[in-house]
Write a protein of this length. Structure first.
Length: 152
């Protein structure tokens, strides 16, 4: 008959050990620390701080992503503007070189944001005006500042 009761005793011992472990765990949670809070409260506070830090890190990452996207767009637009300005300058120079009275070597063409500035000399007032017209007719030109002087 002893053998039949042994499994019950082993089961009871396991249940008793689990109950004691649970009791010790609960007791540890109720232990007060130096500042009067329980260990459980300390753990909850640490979890809250970790969650707050994680939320802040997510927000900072989102903001950094937005900043990077904005800076990338700006850099792309800037590079595109520079390429467009260079193309305008090349086209104006080519048109000036085709004109029999105007010399692309005597006229400096600068372009910034579609605004063309002509500097140098023209052989006559009519040639100076033609230089303005040639530059103004190039695709992408928003305005022309003709600073050419008439050569006498």
């Amino acid at each position: 008959m002893m053998k039949r009761h042994e499994p019950k005793r082993a089961g009871r011992a396991a249940v008793l050990a689990a109950a004691l472990a649970a009791a010790f765990s609960l007791a540890a949670c109720d232990n007060r620390t130096d500042d009067g809070s329980t260990v459980g409260q300390k753990v909850d506070s640490a979890i809250e701080r970790a969650e707050t830090a994680a939320d802040n890190a997510k927000q900072e990452a989102r903001e950094a992503g937005r900043d990077i996207r904005g800076e990338t767009r700006e850099a792309t637009a800037e590079a595109s503007d520079r390429v467009a300005d260079a193309a305008i300058t090349a086209s104006v120079n080519a048109d000036l070189a085709k004109d029999p009275d105007l010399s692309a070597l005597r006229i400096n063409v600068d372009t910034s944001n579609g605004r063309v500035t002509l500097r140098g000399t023209a052989p006559s007032e009519e040639a100076k005006q033609r230089a303005t017209e040639l530059a103004a007719n190039v695709k992408g030109v928003s305005s022309v500042d003709n600073e050419l002087s008439v050569q006498k």
